[in-house]
Design a protein around this ligand. Structure first.
Ligand code: GTP
Ligand code: MG
Length: 356
Protein backbone atom coordinates (compact mmCIF):
# COMPACT_ATOMS: atom_id res chain seq x y z
CA UNK A 1 0.00 0.00 0.00
CA UNK A 2 1.10 3.54 -0.67
CA UNK A 3 2.34 5.41 2.38
CA UNK A 4 -0.20 7.10 4.61
CA UNK A 5 -0.08 10.84 3.85
CA UNK A 6 -0.10 12.96 7.00
CA UNK A 7 -0.03 16.70 6.29
CA UNK A 8 1.25 19.18 8.87
CA UNK A 9 -0.95 22.25 8.76
CA UNK A 10 -1.40 25.17 11.14
CA UNK A 11 -1.16 28.90 11.62
CA UNK A 12 1.82 30.83 10.33
CA UNK A 13 4.93 30.26 12.45
CA UNK A 14 3.14 27.67 14.62
CA UNK A 15 6.16 25.39 14.19
CA UNK A 16 5.10 23.12 11.31
CA UNK A 17 8.59 23.10 9.87
CA UNK A 18 10.18 22.58 13.29
CA UNK A 19 7.89 19.58 13.93
CA UNK A 20 8.61 18.21 10.44
CA UNK A 21 12.36 18.60 11.01
CA UNK A 22 12.08 16.55 14.20
CA UNK A 23 9.99 13.86 12.46
CA UNK A 24 12.49 13.31 9.63
CA UNK A 25 15.64 13.51 11.76
CA UNK A 26 17.75 10.33 12.02
CA UNK A 27 21.21 9.61 13.45
CA UNK A 28 22.46 9.80 9.84
CA UNK A 29 20.81 13.18 9.27
CA UNK A 30 17.44 14.32 7.92
CA UNK A 31 15.72 12.61 4.98
CA UNK A 32 13.22 14.44 2.82
CA UNK A 33 12.15 15.28 -0.72
CA UNK A 34 10.51 18.44 -2.04
CA UNK A 35 7.37 19.09 -4.02
CA UNK A 36 7.29 22.75 -5.00
CA UNK A 37 7.73 24.67 -1.76
CA UNK A 38 6.44 21.75 0.31
CA UNK A 39 8.67 19.10 1.88
CA UNK A 40 7.87 15.40 2.15
CA UNK A 41 9.53 12.92 4.48
CA UNK A 42 8.73 9.19 4.49
CA UNK A 43 9.43 7.08 7.56
CA UNK A 44 8.84 3.45 8.43
CA UNK A 45 6.11 2.77 10.96
CA UNK A 46 7.81 1.48 14.12
CA UNK A 47 6.18 -1.75 15.29
CA UNK A 48 7.79 -3.97 17.93
CA UNK A 49 5.61 -6.95 16.86
CA UNK A 50 6.85 -6.76 13.27
CA UNK A 51 10.46 -6.43 14.43
CA UNK A 52 10.06 -9.55 16.59
CA UNK A 53 8.64 -11.44 13.59
CA UNK A 54 11.63 -10.34 11.52
CA UNK A 55 13.97 -11.72 14.18
CA UNK A 56 12.08 -15.04 14.10
CA UNK A 57 11.90 -15.48 10.32
CA UNK A 58 15.13 -13.74 9.23
CA UNK A 59 13.46 -12.93 5.88
CA UNK A 60 15.18 -11.73 2.72
CA UNK A 61 12.91 -8.67 2.71
CA UNK A 62 11.57 -6.73 5.69
CA UNK A 63 8.79 -4.30 4.80
CA UNK A 64 7.25 -2.13 7.52
CA UNK A 65 4.33 0.16 6.66
CA UNK A 66 5.22 3.75 5.79
CA UNK A 67 3.97 7.20 6.66
CA UNK A 68 4.79 10.32 4.66
CA UNK A 69 4.80 13.60 6.57
CA UNK A 70 4.22 16.74 4.55
CA UNK A 71 5.50 20.14 5.71
CA UNK A 72 2.89 22.38 4.13
CA UNK A 73 4.28 25.72 2.95
CA UNK A 74 1.61 28.39 3.19
CA UNK A 75 1.43 30.83 0.30
CA UNK A 76 2.76 34.28 1.20
CA UNK A 77 0.50 37.18 2.16
CA UNK A 78 -3.26 36.97 2.52
CA UNK A 79 -5.47 36.63 5.54
CA UNK A 80 -5.73 33.66 7.89
CA UNK A 81 -3.97 30.38 7.25
CA UNK A 82 -4.15 30.71 3.46
CA UNK A 83 -5.63 27.28 2.72
CA UNK A 84 -7.74 28.43 -0.27
CA UNK A 85 -4.95 28.26 -2.89
CA UNK A 86 -3.79 24.91 -1.44
CA UNK A 87 -7.19 23.22 -1.75
CA UNK A 88 -6.18 20.66 -4.37
CA UNK A 89 -2.85 19.87 -2.69
CA UNK A 90 -4.38 19.48 0.79
CA UNK A 91 -7.20 17.40 -0.68
CA UNK A 92 -4.68 14.57 -1.20
CA UNK A 93 -4.03 14.18 2.54
CA UNK A 94 -5.21 11.08 4.39
CA UNK A 95 -5.23 13.12 7.59
CA UNK A 96 -4.05 16.42 9.01
CA UNK A 97 -1.78 16.98 11.99
CA UNK A 98 -2.71 20.50 13.05
CA UNK A 99 0.31 22.10 14.72
CA UNK A 100 -0.60 24.63 17.41
CA UNK A 101 2.07 26.92 18.83
CA UNK A 102 2.33 26.20 22.55
CA UNK A 103 5.71 27.80 23.32
CA UNK A 104 6.62 31.41 24.00
CA UNK A 105 4.52 34.44 24.80
CA UNK A 106 3.54 35.81 21.37
CA UNK A 107 2.19 34.08 18.28
CA UNK A 108 3.36 34.47 14.67
CA UNK A 109 0.97 37.37 14.12
CA UNK A 110 2.48 39.26 17.06
CA UNK A 111 -0.53 38.65 19.33
CA UNK A 112 -0.42 37.21 22.87
CA UNK A 113 -0.30 33.42 22.59
CA UNK A 114 -3.70 31.70 22.75
CA UNK A 115 -3.37 28.06 21.64
CA UNK A 116 -7.09 27.22 21.93
CA UNK A 117 -7.92 30.34 19.91
CA UNK A 118 -5.30 29.40 17.30
CA UNK A 119 -6.86 25.95 16.97
CA UNK A 120 -10.32 27.46 16.44
CA UNK A 121 -9.03 29.88 13.87
CA UNK A 122 -7.34 27.17 11.76
CA UNK A 123 -10.40 24.91 12.00
CA UNK A 124 -12.49 27.87 10.84
CA UNK A 125 -10.16 28.46 7.88
CA UNK A 126 -10.58 24.81 6.83
CA UNK A 127 -14.36 25.13 7.04
CA UNK A 128 -14.34 28.43 5.12
CA UNK A 129 -12.32 26.86 2.29
CA UNK A 130 -15.04 24.17 2.09
CA UNK A 131 -17.87 26.68 2.30
CA UNK A 132 -16.46 28.60 -0.65
CA UNK A 133 -16.42 25.45 -2.78
CA UNK A 134 -19.91 24.49 -1.63
CA UNK A 135 -21.44 27.87 -2.39
CA UNK A 136 -19.80 28.11 -5.80
CA UNK A 137 -21.12 24.67 -6.77
CA UNK A 138 -24.59 25.35 -5.33
CA UNK A 139 -24.85 28.49 -7.42
CA UNK A 140 -23.86 26.56 -10.55
CA UNK A 141 -26.44 23.84 -9.90
CA UNK A 142 -29.16 26.42 -9.19
CA UNK A 143 -28.43 28.03 -12.56
CA UNK A 144 -28.69 24.62 -14.22
CA UNK A 145 -32.03 24.00 -12.53
CA UNK A 146 -33.34 27.33 -13.84
CA UNK A 147 -32.44 26.15 -17.34
CA UNK A 148 -34.40 22.97 -16.69
CA UNK A 149 -31.42 20.67 -16.00
CA UNK A 150 -32.23 18.68 -12.92
CA UNK A 151 -29.69 15.87 -12.81
CA UNK A 152 -27.61 17.52 -10.07
CA UNK A 153 -30.51 18.04 -7.65
CA UNK A 154 -29.48 15.13 -5.37
CA UNK A 155 -25.99 16.64 -5.15
CA UNK A 156 -27.54 20.00 -4.29
CA UNK A 157 -29.37 18.38 -1.38
CA UNK A 158 -26.11 17.04 0.06
CA UNK A 159 -24.35 20.38 -0.44
CA UNK A 160 -27.17 22.13 1.42
CA UNK A 161 -26.75 19.65 4.26
CA UNK A 162 -22.99 20.33 4.33
CA UNK A 163 -23.50 24.10 4.22
CA UNK A 164 -26.00 23.93 7.10
CA UNK A 165 -23.47 21.99 9.20
CA UNK A 166 -20.72 24.53 8.56
CA UNK A 167 -23.11 27.41 9.27
CA UNK A 168 -23.80 25.75 12.64
CA UNK A 169 -20.05 25.64 13.33
CA UNK A 170 -19.69 21.88 12.81
CA UNK A 171 -16.84 20.27 10.90
CA UNK A 172 -17.92 18.08 7.99
CA UNK A 173 -16.12 15.14 9.64
CA UNK A 174 -18.78 15.27 12.35
CA UNK A 175 -21.66 15.31 9.85
CA UNK A 176 -23.39 11.96 9.33
CA UNK A 177 -23.75 11.24 5.62
CA UNK A 178 -25.16 8.08 4.06
CA UNK A 179 -22.79 6.19 1.75
CA UNK A 180 -24.79 7.54 -1.18
CA UNK A 181 -24.53 11.16 0.07
CA UNK A 182 -20.82 10.78 0.79
CA UNK A 183 -20.26 9.49 -2.75
CA UNK A 184 -22.01 12.51 -4.27
CA UNK A 185 -19.57 14.94 -2.65
CA UNK A 186 -16.42 12.80 -2.42
CA UNK A 187 -14.75 14.55 -5.37
CA UNK A 188 -14.73 17.86 -3.45
CA UNK A 189 -12.18 16.42 -0.96
CA UNK A 190 -13.52 18.76 1.72
CA UNK A 191 -10.78 19.86 4.12
CA UNK A 192 -12.97 19.87 7.23
CA UNK A 193 -14.00 16.31 6.41
CA UNK A 194 -10.46 14.97 6.83
CA UNK A 195 -9.54 13.14 9.98
CA UNK A 196 -7.43 15.43 12.12
CA UNK A 197 -5.29 15.34 15.23
CA UNK A 198 -3.75 18.22 17.10
CA UNK A 199 -0.03 18.61 17.82
CA UNK A 200 0.87 21.07 20.59
CA UNK A 201 4.36 22.34 19.76
CA UNK A 202 5.50 22.90 23.34
CA UNK A 203 8.52 24.70 24.73
CA UNK A 204 11.67 22.98 26.06
CA UNK A 205 10.39 23.56 29.59
CA UNK A 206 7.20 21.58 28.94
CA UNK A 207 7.89 18.40 26.90
CA UNK A 208 4.84 16.61 28.34
CA UNK A 209 2.46 19.49 27.64
CA UNK A 210 1.53 20.11 31.27
CA UNK A 211 0.86 23.74 30.36
CA UNK A 212 -1.50 22.79 27.53
CA UNK A 213 -4.61 22.43 29.69
CA UNK A 214 -6.84 24.97 27.88
CA UNK A 215 -5.89 23.46 24.51
CA UNK A 216 -6.44 19.94 25.89
CA UNK A 217 -9.90 20.92 27.06
CA UNK A 218 -10.72 22.50 23.68
CA UNK A 219 -9.61 19.31 21.88
CA UNK A 220 -11.57 17.06 24.24
CA UNK A 221 -14.70 19.11 23.59
CA UNK A 222 -14.25 18.67 19.83
CA UNK A 223 -13.36 14.98 20.09
CA UNK A 224 -9.83 15.57 18.75
CA UNK A 225 -6.69 13.73 19.85
CA UNK A 226 -3.96 15.98 21.30
CA UNK A 227 -0.27 15.20 21.31
CA UNK A 228 2.44 17.21 23.10
CA UNK A 229 5.51 17.56 20.87
CA UNK A 230 8.58 19.55 21.84
CA UNK A 231 10.11 20.00 18.39
CA UNK A 232 13.72 21.04 19.18
CA UNK A 233 14.05 18.41 21.92
CA UNK A 234 12.62 15.65 19.72
CA UNK A 235 14.95 16.64 16.86
CA UNK A 236 17.92 16.43 19.21
CA UNK A 237 16.92 13.00 20.52
CA UNK A 238 16.21 11.63 17.01
CA UNK A 239 19.76 12.57 15.96
CA UNK A 240 21.31 10.48 18.76
CA UNK A 241 22.61 6.93 18.22
CA UNK A 242 19.60 4.57 18.63
CA UNK A 243 20.98 3.01 21.83
CA UNK A 244 21.20 6.40 23.55
CA UNK A 245 17.69 7.55 22.68
CA UNK A 246 15.71 5.57 25.28
CA UNK A 247 17.73 7.03 28.17
CA UNK A 248 17.20 10.61 27.03
CA UNK A 249 13.47 10.05 26.49
CA UNK A 250 13.18 8.60 29.99
CA UNK A 251 15.04 11.63 31.43
CA UNK A 252 12.26 13.85 30.07
CA UNK A 253 9.48 11.49 31.13
CA UNK A 254 8.70 10.55 27.53
CA UNK A 255 7.60 6.98 26.79
CA UNK A 256 8.34 6.97 23.06
CA UNK A 257 9.81 9.32 20.46
CA UNK A 258 7.24 11.87 19.23
CA UNK A 259 7.40 10.33 15.75
CA UNK A 260 6.12 7.04 17.16
CA UNK A 261 3.45 8.76 19.26
CA UNK A 262 2.30 10.81 16.27
CA UNK A 263 2.05 7.76 14.00
CA UNK A 264 0.13 5.84 16.67
CA UNK A 265 -2.24 8.80 17.10
CA UNK A 266 -2.74 9.00 13.32
CA UNK A 267 -3.61 5.28 13.20
CA UNK A 268 -6.09 5.80 16.04
CA UNK A 269 -7.61 8.87 14.40
CA UNK A 270 -7.99 7.06 11.09
CA UNK A 271 -9.18 3.77 12.68
CA UNK A 272 -6.31 1.90 11.09
CA UNK A 273 -4.83 -1.42 12.19
CA UNK A 274 -1.96 -3.58 10.98
CA UNK A 275 -1.83 -7.20 9.99
CA UNK A 276 1.30 -9.10 9.03
CA UNK A 277 2.42 -11.65 6.47
CA UNK A 278 5.46 -13.76 7.32
CA UNK A 279 7.82 -16.21 5.68
CA UNK A 280 11.44 -16.75 4.71
CA UNK A 281 11.12 -14.40 1.71
CA UNK A 282 9.30 -11.53 3.31
CA UNK A 283 8.00 -10.23 6.63
CA UNK A 284 5.63 -7.40 5.93
CA UNK A 285 3.09 -5.08 7.57
CA UNK A 286 -0.19 -4.16 5.89
CA UNK A 287 -2.50 -1.35 6.88
CA UNK A 288 -6.29 -1.72 6.82
CA UNK A 289 -9.29 -0.12 8.50
CA UNK A 290 -10.53 -1.49 11.80
CA UNK A 291 -13.50 -3.71 10.96
CA UNK A 292 -12.18 -4.81 7.55
CA UNK A 293 -12.79 -8.47 6.68
CA UNK A 294 -10.29 -11.17 5.76
CA UNK A 295 -11.24 -10.89 2.09
CA UNK A 296 -10.60 -7.12 2.14
CA UNK A 297 -7.23 -7.82 3.76
CA UNK A 298 -6.50 -10.38 1.03
CA UNK A 299 -7.33 -7.76 -1.59
CA UNK A 300 -4.74 -5.42 -0.08
CA UNK A 301 -2.06 -8.00 -0.79
CA UNK A 302 -3.30 -8.85 -4.29
CA UNK A 303 -6.66 -8.60 -6.06
CA UNK A 304 -6.26 -12.25 -7.14
CA UNK A 305 -6.14 -13.32 -3.49
CA UNK A 306 -9.48 -11.62 -2.86
CA UNK A 307 -11.04 -13.10 -6.00
CA UNK A 308 -9.90 -16.68 -5.32
CA UNK A 309 -10.16 -16.44 -1.52
CA UNK A 310 -10.65 -19.79 0.21
CA UNK A 311 -9.62 -19.12 3.79
CA UNK A 312 -7.22 -17.13 5.95
CA UNK A 313 -4.89 -19.03 8.26
CA UNK A 314 -4.63 -16.72 11.21
CA UNK A 315 -2.80 -16.42 14.50
CA UNK A 316 -2.16 -13.31 16.54
CA UNK A 317 1.46 -12.15 16.42
CA UNK A 318 1.93 -12.41 20.19
CA UNK A 319 1.09 -16.13 20.11
CA UNK A 320 3.31 -16.75 17.08
CA UNK A 321 6.22 -14.94 18.76
CA UNK A 322 5.73 -17.18 21.84
CA UNK A 323 5.47 -20.42 19.83
CA UNK A 324 8.22 -19.37 17.40
CA UNK A 325 6.94 -21.20 14.27
CA UNK A 326 3.68 -21.51 12.36
CA UNK A 327 4.10 -25.31 12.60
CA UNK A 328 4.19 -25.09 16.41
CA UNK A 329 1.06 -22.90 16.30
CA UNK A 330 -0.69 -25.46 14.07
CA UNK A 331 0.29 -28.29 16.43
CA UNK A 332 -0.99 -26.39 19.43
CA UNK A 333 -4.26 -25.76 17.60
CA UNK A 334 -3.91 -21.96 17.77
CA UNK A 335 -3.55 -21.41 14.02
CA UNK A 336 -7.17 -20.73 13.06
CA UNK A 337 -8.92 -21.15 9.72
CA UNK A 338 -11.03 -18.08 9.11
CA UNK A 339 -13.51 -17.38 6.33
CA UNK A 340 -14.18 -14.34 4.15
CA UNK A 341 -16.21 -12.51 6.76
CA UNK A 342 -13.66 -12.79 9.59
CA UNK A 343 -12.95 -9.34 11.02
CA UNK A 344 -9.19 -8.95 11.01
CA UNK A 345 -7.70 -7.96 14.38
CA UNK A 346 -4.77 -5.61 14.97
CA UNK A 347 -1.58 -7.68 15.02
CA UNK A 348 -2.97 -10.74 13.23
CA UNK A 349 -0.52 -12.81 11.22
CA UNK A 350 -2.37 -14.03 8.15
CA UNK A 351 -1.69 -16.45 5.36
CA UNK A 352 -4.30 -16.37 2.59
CA UNK A 353 -5.23 -19.59 0.86
CA UNK A 354 -6.70 -18.86 -2.57
CA UNK A 355 -7.48 -20.49 -5.91
CA UNK A 356 -5.04 -19.27 -8.50
N1 GTP B 1 11.53 28.24 21.34
C1 GTP B 1 10.99 27.53 20.39
N2 GTP B 1 10.96 28.04 19.15
C2 GTP B 1 10.39 27.32 18.17
C3 GTP B 1 9.83 26.03 18.41
N3 GTP B 1 9.32 25.56 17.26
C4 GTP B 1 9.55 26.52 16.34
N4 GTP B 1 10.19 27.58 16.87
C5 GTP B 1 10.56 28.83 16.18
O1 GTP B 1 9.39 29.48 15.72
C6 GTP B 1 9.57 30.01 14.43
C7 GTP B 1 8.57 29.43 13.46
O2 GTP B 1 8.77 28.04 13.37
P1 GTP B 1 8.54 27.24 12.02
O3 GTP B 1 8.80 25.81 12.33
O4 GTP B 1 9.27 27.85 10.90
O5 GTP B 1 6.97 27.50 11.84
P2 GTP B 1 6.08 27.18 10.56
O6 GTP B 1 4.74 26.81 11.12
O7 GTP B 1 6.75 26.19 9.69
O8 GTP B 1 6.04 28.61 9.88
P3 GTP B 1 5.59 28.97 8.39
O9 GTP B 1 5.94 27.81 7.51
O10 GTP B 1 6.36 30.20 8.09
O11 GTP B 1 4.11 29.23 8.46
C8 GTP B 1 11.02 29.69 14.05
O12 GTP B 1 11.80 30.82 14.33
C9 GTP B 1 11.37 28.53 14.96
O13 GTP B 1 12.75 28.51 15.24
C10 GTP B 1 9.89 25.53 19.75
O14 GTP B 1 9.42 24.44 20.06
N5 GTP B 1 10.48 26.31 20.69
MG1 MG C 1 7.18 26.27 7.62
Amino acid sequence: MAALMLYLIGARSAGKTAVFDALIQTPEGPHFATKGAHRLGTVKVPDARLAALRDLFQPKKYIPAEVTFVDVALPGGGEGSGFGPLNAFLGEADAFALVVQSFGEMDGAGQPLDPAGQLDSVLLDLAMADLEKIERRMEKIEQEVQRGLKQSLPELDVLRKCKAAIDEGRALRDLELTAEEARRVSSFCFLSQKRLLVVANTGDDDPLGAKCEPLRAACAEKGLDLLAFCAPLEAEIAALPPDDQAGFLADYGLSEPARTRLIQAAYRTLDLISFFTVGPDEVRAWTIRRGDSAVTAAGKIHTDLARGFIRAETVDSKTLIEKQTLAACREAGVLRLEGKGYVVQDGDVIEIRANA
